[in-house]
Design a protein around this ligand. Sequence first.
Ligand code: AHR
Length: 337
Amino acid sequence: MKFTKGNKSIRSKRSRAVLLTVCLLVISGLIAGCSKGPEEPNAPKLLLGFSQLGSESAWRIGNTRDIEEKAESYGVSLMLENANQKQENQIAAIRRFIAYKVDVIAFSPIVEEGWDNVLMEAKEAGIPVILVDRDISTENKDLTKCLIGADFYSEGLHAGEYLIRKADSLGLEHVNIVEITGTEDSTPMRQRQAGFMDAIKDDPRMEIIESINGDFLKSRGAECMRELLDKYGQDIDAVFSHNDEMTLGALPEIEEAGFEPGKDMIIISIDAGQEAIDVLKEGKINCVVECTPMLGSTLMETALKLKAGEEVDELIHPKEKLFSDEQDLSAMEPRGY
Ligand code: AHR
């Protein structure tokens, strides 16, 4: 009996212990379910706030798409905001990212000036900032961790060097150039212009007869070209346009004015999106300098390193090419933007 009694009491003690263990396991499971710890298999590795400047071009749309796709493939949770070409919208988006306590902030500044205050707020909140595509102008170099974007100066330089080669091959004695620039005070506008000027400055044949702001937009490219044709007509020998979008806007205007782009006028563009490459193959554009929008992988890798407290390179330029009527382009891969 005692034994039985004793046996019964041991069994009931055991079953109470088992019950207690089960309860503890359930409770700890529930607690773990509520906290979003990094050990959770589906938890995002990183929360990244990205302010895109707008959607003015096929380049920009391709860049946004690439960043979204790469965030997904790297397991990064992305808060994406489109500023619709307004600096104040970008500043407001960065403030929202700070309030939301994202791990890393990235943004493509529409212009270079005017970021110090908001970036100081990010710094005080301890959130690292990555510049994507474009640079800022500031005395305070530690407001951002790095810049991932094209070498715009080299793009302009290569465009100018191509023009000199083309003038040589055509035996031109004088070249009247019109320049359609991108958004005023933006890095690509400033740097492409500087590189182009440096390339042509020692060649006495080269003369920029007018430089006009087309804001990287197709509609503005058309307007600018109309204005330039009205003013200079057949005196224009070459058009240097800071992006494909404006070039594609300018071409129909040149044709409507009775000229053959690519023959009567040398056409040089930047970006190398699919549409411009197709037109280059048709012979209406002579040269397109590549500017790749595929910056997503580098952005994700850099943001993950920053979250892990690792050092990153201050300046990361993608490799870029030049496509022109000097080459056989028949086997070109699709551009993807
Ligand atoms: O900042 C990159 C430039 O911006 C691209 O050349 C242009 O197409 C875009 O809008």
